[in-house]
Design a protein around this ligand. Structure first.
Ligand code: GLU
Length: 396
């Protein structure tokens, strides 16, 4: 055996590969991390940055997970997820679906959070030279995921008069011969806007006409205030070009369990499974069993979701009262748990000042390509939400 020698070549300093050279850290994650670090250092911080329900995971779900551990759910599962979970996901989807090709368990790929499902989707559908329309403002990671797939995100800006939502006409105007898909998200992060069935129908008709992929991220579907939010599943005649993304994180207060999924045509789900088999393999076995409980114990789940939505609504209403009294411009949220507020200047500078001087963490709108805004998450105790929004108004 040759002796191990000390390196003679001079070490080249690390430089990120071209895969990630342009990649920026997630601003939503970064704000939460900074708020946590300040709290650990003894600062009083109200965190209205994180898009994370502050409730405990409902007891019936925790009990199911404990039972699963004790009965040996501690090993690898199929890459695409355990069959009972994929069956439950298919059943939940089919309860909404009116088209010709009902969802089968084989169309479902369970992953380590809807974030991974979105990444897998972008990675298997899009590539160099492709363009993907992203209604803007949109969740920060859509843009980066499309770039990681070597495709180009094309932001399409929504107008104020429609709660920053885009129309089919605006998407058509932004399209080119290279357009391959559109990312939908209703209820929307960061605005809380909800697309009506008519608005979605127009967009779906355009996408069908052009042969685009529709990626519909419905992670906030169950968190709607004025009326139930519409799933694109209830509108499409078939799923040939549809990828439906969902997960348990937001509706069931299960962010840390990391369970999301994609529902896709079989060839696409097979491709995602192959990709996942080389990256993360299966999502955590125990978490999958917890998710089965969330989706199959429908009475307990409905009670838990209804109660959480009741709290979110009360917080939203209390925050809107403060903003309305001060005449602040914001998007009136009909779903999710975000308020998108126009600060009329540099939102990043404003967010930094608000955190440093008042200890209130919010996400700058630059993360969502709309730099004059900030996002407030009201997934926090109501007294924190009210105090935080009051201080935000004072800082304005
Ligand atoms: N989606 C949530 C948010 O926008 C959680 C953080 C993240 O994954 O970006 O805050």
């Amino acid at each position: 055996m040759p002796a191990v020698t000390t390196a003679t070549a001079s070490l080249v300093p690390f430089a990120p590969s071209s895969n990630v050279a342009q990649l920026k850290e997630s601003a939503t994650i970064a704000v939460s991390a900074r708020a946590r670090a300040l709290k650990a250092a003894g600062r009083q911080v109200i965190d209205l940055g994180a898009g994370e329900p502050d409730f405990d995971t409902p007891v019936f779900i925790r009990r199911a997970a404990q039972k699963a551990i004790d009965s040996g759910a501690t090993r690898y599962t199929a890459t695409e997820g355990i069959l009972p979970l994929r069956e439950a996901i298919a059943a939940q989807a089919n309860a909404l679906y009116r088209g010709t090709d009902p969802v089968k368990p084989g169309d479902v790929v369970v992953s380590t959070g809807s974030k991974q499902s979105l990444f897998n989707t972008c990675f298997v559908l899009f590539g160099a030279g492709d363009e993907v329309l992203v209604p803007t403002p949109s969740w920060t990671s859509y843009y980066e995921m499309v770039v990681l797939a070597k495709a180009a995100p094309v932001p399409v800006f929504g107008s104020r008069s429609r709660g920053l939502k885009v129309t089919a006409g605006e998407l058509a105007d932004a399209a080119t011969p290279r357009t391959r898909g559109v990312m939908l998200n209703s209820p929307c992060n960061p605005t809380g806007s909800v697309y009506s069935a008519e608005e979605l129908r127009d967009i779906l008709a355009l996408a069908a006409d052009r042969g685009w992929w529709v990626v519909s991220d419905e992670i906030y579907l169950q968190i709607a205030y004025d009326a139930p939010a519409t799933s694109v599943l209830s509108l499409v005649p078939d799923r040939e070009r549809l990828i439906l993304i969902n997960g348990v994180a937001k509706s069931y207060a299960m962010t840390g369990w990391r369970i999301g999924w994609a529902i896709a045509p079989r060839a696409v789900s097979a491709s995602m499974t192959a990709l996942q088999s080389h990256t993360t393999s299966n999502a955590a076995a125990v978490s999958q069993h917890a998710a089965v409980a969330a989706l199959t114990d429908t009475a307990a789940a409905e009670a838990a979701v209804t109660e959480m939505v009741r709290h979110f609504r009360a917080r939203r209403d209390a925050a809107m009262d403060v903003l309305d009294a001060a005449g602040v411009q914001y998007v009136r949220p009909e779903g999710a748990f975000y308020l998108y507020i126009d600060v009329g200047g540099d939102g990043a500078e404003f967010a930094t000042r608000l955190l440093d001087s008042s200890g209130i963490a919010v996400v700058p709108g630059s993360a969502f390509l709309t730099p004059e805004w900030v996002r407030v998450s009201y997934a926090a105790p109501i007294e924190h939400v009210v105090e935080g929004v009051r201080k935000l108004v004072a800082a304005l």
